[in-house]
Design a protein around this ligand. Sequence first.
Ligand code: XMP
Length: 305
Amino acid sequence: MVNAERFIDKTIVEIQHEVGTHQVVMALSGGVDSSVCAALGAKAIGDHLNPIYVDTGLMRKGETDRISAMFGNLRLHIVHAEDEFLRALTGISDPEQKRKVIGERFIRVFEREAKKTKAPYLLQGTIYPDRIESEGGIKSHHNVGGMPLHVEFEKVIEPLRDLYKDEVREIARVLGLPPEIQHRMPFPGPGLAVRIIGEVTPEKIKVVREANAIVEEELVDRYVPWQCFAAVLGLGTGVKGDNRVHGWIIAVRAVNSRDGMTADPVEIPYNILRHLASRITAEIPSVARVVYDITSKPPATIEYE
Ligand code: XMP
């Protein structure tokens, strides 16, 4: 474990040294790695840092507002690309194709915005396991896009390159970042799209976003799982009032894991599961049923697509 205070002091000096008087751009997602990276960058080079946050429209409820409140003191540039992503995803239901489209779109939007800043340097929150995984070819699909940027940067600065996740969390704590950032659950690059089976539509995004918010509210503090979320599986029958209806089927997933490579479902008491089902169906009227996923990884993955 690195000594956080010493790491912070040393890294600030290193970033200042590497950057000199240049401008630097970075992609801020709000996850712990990019947040720590932005906080270190801001301490080191102040307004020479140009963080860009892309709202893909596939973020969790309130995420964009949270990010802008948290990083509003930096020169945070929020790009509203919701329509652009939705348009690109229209008619696509193949899981790999969805990931590819989102990755490509992300890269294009980031390139476009990065060019506007005219910054020659890129700051990135790559951590040690990211480097190992991409060198070994495992989880290549986990890099959003998984393809090179076309913007030519003179230099790429990766201050967290030798750290593990728990070390990054400790640095977040010492930097005084809010606890919700320090303890952030992993959130996939393609966002809510991998929690929607089949085509991504505005209706499904709305449903899955609300359901995710309820699941997080009920389960995060109670069980502190590695991850918990909701996915929308498709349509099934239900009864509302006197009518048979077709409503969404929501799967709730909560898993414990050490590294995301294997995972086990959290043993949630039945009364809590029943409460979740009641809340989700009451608060999202278009949902007809709620199921709890009891599959480990392997054979299932954590996300649905
Ligand atoms: P799976 O679903 O493969 O997920 O069991 C393992 C862990 O990785 C996260 N995940 C992703 N993270 N980009 C990411 O940054 C992605 O495309 C992606 N897909 C899955 C997932 O949430 C879990 O923590």
